[in-house]
Design a protein around this ligand. Structure first.
Ligand SMILES: *[C@@H]1O[C@H](CO)[C@@H](O)[C@H](O)[C@H]1NC(C)=O
Ligand SMILES: *[C@@H]1O[C@H](CO)[C@@H](O)[C@H](O)[C@H]1NC(C)=O
Length: 277
């Protein structure tokens, strides 16, 4: 009781502040009260699954509503109509007979096809013959198909060869990522990806690149990996490699020989000094 009386008291002292608060509240609550909206559930539909175009904030005094294919009211593209007081449902020319209309305005599509992708418009007419419209979008994706992975040569030589791995896929609107030994491939300077990620070039190839490669294709509703491709990287000792090149081995041998010679000279010098002494 104390707390509820104090804002009113303050309101008398600061009427402008109270007015501002009230107008802010009205402004803030407006969009949530009246806005008629359509939501696709789920937002990205997989071909063959069911999708609901869910209607939010359908006015309570709706007399009749219509669903159309496309972005506007067009009787040639009418899917279905619903008369509230008789619950009479009439299918229009654009109906596929896979749609179910609910009293709350929502429209269910069964077994969606790629052709169902597009805009849909709801028109609601109330008791005063006032008309409200809203348009929503339905997006249907195909499940991605398994890609094949090819290598220019699966047996290559370190520091000599270039490997070109190609992910073969005929999907449209898909993305590709690469896996190495079942982990997301960590990109090295020696690796290059084509614009669409379908071709991976490793130049030059190293022994650390040996192992299983896979490409994975995905879209918002599905993903699938290729079979693993085993890359074998061989070592050719005649090719110079950092660490143990021929030059390095020769250097080590020369070093050891020089060491032995030095010790021999020292022993000889000490021996001569001792015998003279
Ligand atoms: C409308 O009815 C359908 C079917 O009963 C339901 O799935 C959907 O959630 C309802 N929509 C809203 C906004 O309540
Ligand atoms: C693959 O590379 C290896 C090593 O460089 C070579 O011996 C072999 O002939 C190549 N195979 C093909 C099919 O090109």
């Amino acid at each position: 009781m104390e707390s509820s009386s104090s804002p009113a008291h303050r309101g008398c002292i600061f009427p402008q502040g109270l007015l501002l608060t009230a107008s802010l509240l009205i402004f803030w609550s407006l969009p949530t009260t009246a806005q008629l909206t359509i939501e696709s559930v789920p937002p990205n539909a997989a071909e063959g699954k069911d999708v609901l175009l869910r209607v939010h904030n359908l006015p309570g005094d709706v007399l009749v509503f219509f669903w159309y294919k496309g972005e506007r009211v067009n009787s040639n593209l009418q899917i279905v109509s619903y008369i509230a007081h008789t619950q009479a449902i009439n299918r229009g020319p654009a109906s596929s007979n896979r749609e179910t209309i609910y009293p709350n305005g929502s429209l269910l599509f069964q077994k969606v096809t790629l052709q169902d992708t597009g805009y849909y418009t709801l028109e609601a007419i109330d008791k005063n013959f006032q008309n409200k419209q809203v348009t929503g979008y339905l997006r249907v994706y195909q499940s991605v198909r398994k890609p094949a992975l090819r290598a220019s040569n699966a047996t290559v030589t370190e520091h000599k060869d270039t490997v070109v791995l190609t992910c073969l896929t005929n999907g449209i609107g898909i993305s590709i990522r690469w896996l190495f030994k079942n982990q997301i491939l960590s990109h090295k300077d020696r690796m290059k990806l084509s614009q669409d990620n379908s071709v991976l070039t490793i130049d030059p190839v190293r022994r650390e690149d040996a192992g299983g490669y896979q490409c994975e294709v995905f879209n918002p509703v599905s993903s699938i990996k290729s079979d693993p491709l085993e890359l074998d990287v061989q070592y050719d000792p005649t090719l110079s490699s950092p660490g143990f090149s021929d030059g390095a081995i020769a250097g080590v041998v020369i070093g050891i020989l020089a060491g032995i010679a030095l010790i021999a000279a020292l022993v000889c010098f000490l021996y001569i000094r001792k015998t003279r002494g």
